[in-house]
Design a protein around this ligand. Sequence first.
Ligand SMILES: CC(C)(COP(=O)(O)OP(=O)(O)OC[C@H]1O[C@@H](n2cnc3c(N)ncnc32)[C@H](O)[C@@H]1OP(=O)(O)O)[C@@H](O)C(=O)NCCC(=O)NCCS
Length: 220
Amino acid sequence: MAISALASSIQFRTMEACDIDGATDIISKAFTQREPLTTCLGIPREKDFIKARAVCQLAARDGVSVVALDTTSNKIIGVASSIIVNSNPEPLDIPTEVLKMYEPIYALIDKMQKVFHDSPTYKNNPGSKVISAMRLGVHPKYTGRGIGTKLRQATTDLAQSRGFHFVTAVATAPESQRIYQKLGFQQLYDFKYCDFEMKGNRPFAQLGTLSAELYYKKLF
Ligand SMILES: CC(C)(COP(=O)(O)OP(=O)(O)OC[C@H]1O[C@@H](n2cnc3c(N)ncnc32)[C@H](O)[C@@H]1OP(=O)(O)O)[C@@H](O)C(=O)NCCC(=O)NCCS
């Protein structure tokens, strides 16, 4: 079902199982070429592809993700993935060797997500149903035209229509931080990459004063 059309050739719709290949391709390219943490760790595309695919599988299953299609080529050119928190008790199907590469990213993201789960905002609303905004990626030929913003708005609208109470997001790039701000998300926490320590190292030191930012939106 079409959610909305931005320009005549771009259409947005809920991500389905048939979109997994196209969506994986877009977000693994976007992350290995442009996302600060993935590029800083130098994670190669063929490894990231495995992780991106696992995320897209969950995203298609949970039904709160959206793809943007260029209807002239009928290709996916953007993806906003989201998953239902606590909906996946089994671990992601990712080989240990690949998981290991992401350890610093997982550690940073876990630390930030914990801030939301420990916050009065969440604790004062027991039993709330939460959506976690995951990877957001747009093909470089299409960036700067509002597509990333429309994609994330569409996933938030889907979450609201399905009765979820909160959307949370760890925004790791300045562009996505701007998108969450534009969409009226509240910033709960931020953390400078150069200050992040893991096992006595600073794996993101070369990102300097760039930060990860934790956002949430209360839907009900
Ligand atoms: C993040 C991404 C999806 C944005 O897609 P997009 O279609 O260009 O997004 P939009 O055009 O809707 O909005 C981008 C906003 O970021 C702003 N922006 C661009 N570069 C920026 C920068 N260096 N610092 C701050 N804001 C920036 C744009 O001006 C725009 O805001 P505006 O509408 O107020 O002008 C795309 O850049 C991407 O795929 N990046 C690589 C993957 C990634 O980093 N994903 C996010 C990880 S959480």
